[in-house]
Design a protein around this ligand. Structure first.
Ligand code: ZN
Length: 296
């Protein structure tokens, strides 16, 4: 019999719970708004209480988080600006309530793992999963495991060239102003152009600038981590014309220096859309739980 795992994705806006062993075998699935920590954690615990206990649970959380297993604050959301969630214990509370082993990582690392296991990143040795939505975040999977490092990667706060003559917008990041996320997230688009990304007309010059910024940030990721594939999703990428523009921009920036067809003629199969859509995070959390159970 297949082992059953639990997956939890706690996003800034929505929380998703699932029980199963993969995208084709989900026994239960529920989505609800992320409210206060006690209320949200209670709802997650109730979801699992209503079903047979899973072998382990994986949690992919919005961040920043403490995912270092030896840390006394492992499983906490740390310096988030989200009201009520600063320095909040998540993984330990759920582990104690549900009574099964719990794995904990960032939401984007979970999504990266999900895409690697079942989505657009199947079969590659390493990948980057990038999401461009309210913020910008990325998870990296290397050798089948999410890369955590000292804290965890926070690519949204990379610095990219910003020419104020071309783009006088000061940036929307509350910490850095014009970091990558401050210039190119959905929040930045909304503040700069005074309309949401969904309302911006296709011919608006916003999109050329957006593609340029996204290509610059992705170039940094490619130069540092050299992932075998980059998967890019999130609300801003729902504009179908944007991905081909970013591919063109990245190819121009690489300028043939990195000698692989995947960054040249074949860039369409290098920089790709997600395969699991908005289920990547919760499915990745199931994959995290599976890794945890195997390691135990
Ligand atoms: Zn920033």
């Amino acid at each position: 019999m297949k082992k059953i795992y639990g997956g939890v994705e706690t996003g800034g806006t929505w929380c998703v719970c699932a029980l199963g062993s993969g995208p084709d075998h989900l026994l239960a699935y529920e989505q609800f708004p992320t409210t206060s920590p006690p209320e949200t954690l209670e709802r997650i615990a109730s979801f699992f209480a209503a079903h047979p206990a899973p072998t382990a649970i994986g949690i992919g959380s919005f961040g920043p988080v403490d995912a270092e297993p030896s840390s006394p604050t492992w499983g906490h959301v740390t310096t988030t600006p989200k009201p009520g969630w600063r320095r909040t214990a998540v993984a330990t509370v759920l582990r104690d309530r549900i009574g099964v082993p719990v794995a904990f990582d960032t939401d984007v690392n979970a999504a990266a793992l999900g895409e690697h296991r079942w989505g657009a990143g199947r079969g590659v040795e390493s990948l980057c999963y990038l999401t461009v939505g309210t913020g910008i975040g990325a998870g990296l999977v290397i050798g089948g495991r999410p890369l955590r490092g000292l804290v965890h990667p926070e690519v949204g706060h990379l610095r990219i060239p910003h020419d104020p003559r071309q783009d006088p917008f000061r940036g929307s990041c509350p910490v850095h102003g014009d970091c990558w996320e401050g210039l190119a997230s959905g929040t930045a688009l909304g503040e700069r152009w005074e309309m949401s990304p969904a309302e911006l007309p296709g011919e608006h010059r916003a999109w050329r600038l957006e593609a340029e910024y996204l290509a610059l940030g992705i170039l940094s990721i490619v130069c540092v981590a050299s992932p075998h594939r980059v998967i890019v999703g999130g609300g801003v990428m729902e504009r179908p014309a944007l991905l081909p523009m970013v591919r063109r921009g990245l190819r121009e920036l690489v300028a043939g220096y990195l000698d692989t067809p995947l960054l040249g003629d074949r860039i369409d199969s290098y920089l790709v859309a997600p395969g699991l859509g908005d289920r990547a995070g919760v499915l990745g959390a199931i994959a995290l739980a599976e890794l945890e159970a195997r390691a135990a």
